[in-house]
Design a binder for this molecule. Structure first.
Ligand SMILES: [Fe+2]
Ligand SMILES: [Fe+2]
Length: 482
């Protein structure tokens, strides 16, 4: 049973009646101190006693699930929230299509499900670790608050996965939950499980690109897990998606505000050529070609998160009814896919071509295509901002063969427009295509805290609307408590 409202009577807020589930409640209460320990040592550095204007989920009702208030991050009510059960929900794809959705883990799929949950769970604390130093250089109190909101919600997403592990996977589940607190982003001995989650997030431009591209990978993964025949996983992911939307909003508007500021400064200074980089940088704003290079980096790292284009694992997860496709129930086909085909980008005789492959094996490729479409929508909105300013420049997603470490293109070098290039040419052009050490040094030089109410750093425009409709001078973070 779940209820609309969250039960705050136990130490762990929840809408899954933990009071009546003493075994799981006890397990989670034992896990809790380790989590807080992790949060204090690996969470946002330097702001653990600061009051931040955050939203906390108080219900899973689509209207009005969040409550805003000042809170110290370690006091955030991390809780376990599942979206409402859909009455009579059925498995909508794979070999068990049409069966009643599972409320317990089917024995034969236990290992696979656990693996999917652990991989998802591992990304959540990883991004908090990656972003932990950013508070110190926040370009405004508004942005600082958004960073911390993303961080506490990633913490909650970890709780969401840990609940599933404790509730449905017994001893192995509890061990996996411990492991999620042990690994560390970028650590040589105990790294996080996926590549992009071991990269540094050294500056705010990286943060915005990360939340735009990498949190969007998260969205696509959650969307396909929300289709799962294992109903508790589906419901958990459905509620996580409502929080995830804000993370991508932070990324998209963050980059958009940088573009707006850059174009505005260029216009005021009478600079029309976006490639007049030294002059643009002299204005204290980030030049558009550098934004392109950052997008190239973060998009390509995020593509790697989709795994190999052709994947037996993905096919098995699908046939087992564990992980579906993006918007599975809206797709007009048999949802079993035996005999169906899907076009996959492949290397054919030195060229990149689309080749029809069995649709089941190409599940990852399809999700990646959905991701690319979703990214393109955001990039189009960024380009509108540039276009409106009259500056001639267009941001583009690089080709899927560019800068890849996983899948079909991992052993070749390709330019952003998808031409295969010899290694020495690649080496010579890397600084044109990916952020160089000079670019990094320039961006770093801009990363100075701007913590006065209503003020924004030189390189980013204020938002159009405040969080929770607050006015422009709202004190989102109380840096100096009175
Ligand atoms: Fe998340
Ligand atoms: Fe996220």
């Amino acid at each position: 049973m779940t209820s609309i409202n969250v039960d705050y009577s136990t130490k762990i807020p929840n809408n899954v009646n933990l009071v009546d589930d003493q075994r799981v409640l006890k397990g989670l209460e034992q896990w809790h101190p380790g989590y807080i320990d992790w949060w204090m040592t690996m969470g946002p550095e330097g702001f653990q006693t600061t009051e931040v204007y955050l939203r906390t989920a108080v219900s899973v009702d689509p209207k009005g699930w969040a409550k805003f208030d000042y809170i110290k991050m370690p006091d955030y009510r991390w809780g376990i929230l599942l979206a409402h059960a859909e009455e009579g929900r059925k498995v909508s794809f794979g070999a068990s299509k049409g069966e009643t959705a599972w409320h317990e883990v089917p024995g034969e799929h236990r290992a696979a499900l656990r693996r999917l949950i652990v991989i998802q769970g591992d990304t959540e604390p990883a991004s908090v670790e990656q972003q932990r130093h950013l508070g110190a250089t926040a370009p405004s109190l508004y942005d600082m608050r958004n960073l911390f909101q993303v961080n506490v919600e990633e913490g909650r997403h970890l709780w969401a996965m840990v609940y599933l592990l404790h509730k449905y996977f017994g001893k192995d589940g509890r061990e996996e939950a411990e492991g999620l607190l042990q690994r560390r982003s970028g650590d040589a001995d105990k790294p996080r499980m996926l590549g992009a989650f071991n990269e540094a997030t050294p500056d705010w431009l990286s943060f915005f690109m990360f939340t735009f591209f990498t949190d969007r990978d998260g969205k696509m993964q959650l969307e396909s897990l929300a289709q799962s025949g294992f109903d508790p996983l589906s419901r958990t992911c459905r509620f996580m998606l409502t929080e995830e939307a804000h993370h991508m909003f932070v990324g998209e508007t963050g980059v958009s505000r940088i573009i707006e500021r850059t174009c505005e400064a260029m216009k005021t200074a009478g600079i029309d050529d976006p490639y007049d980089i030294a002059r643009v940088r002299n204005l204290g704003v980030i030049d558009l070609p550098t934004l392109q290079k950052k997008a190239n980096l973060h998009y390509s790292l995020s593509l790697d998160l989709f795994g190999s284009e052709i994947s037996t694992n993905a096919a098995n997860f699908y046939t087992a009814g564990l992980k579906g496709r993006f918007q599975e129930t809206k797709i007009d086909d048999d949802h079993v896919l035996t005999g169906a085909h899907y076009p996959v980008s492949k290397l054919v005789g030195g060229d990149v071509k689309l080749v029809d492959e069995p649709a089941l094996s190409a599940i990852n490729m399809r999700l990646r295509d959905d991701f690319t479409r979703d990214c393109q929508g955001g990039v189009n909105r960024w380009n509108k901002v540039i276009e409106k300013s009259g500056i001639k420049f267009e941001l583009k997603l690089p080709h899927v063969a560019f800068h890849r470490h996983i899948g079909e293109f991992k052993d070749v070098e390709a330019s952003p427009d998808g031409k295969l290039v010899p290694t020495d040419e690649w080496k010579g052009r890397t600084d044109d295509w990916l952020p160089s050490s000079d670019d990094a040094a320039f961006i770093e030089s801009l990363m100075k805290p701007c913590w006065e109410r209503a003020k924004f750093a030189s390189w980013i425009a204020p938002p159009k609307v405040g969080i929770d409709n607050k006015s422009g001078d709202f004190e989102y973070v109380k840096i100096n408590p009175t």
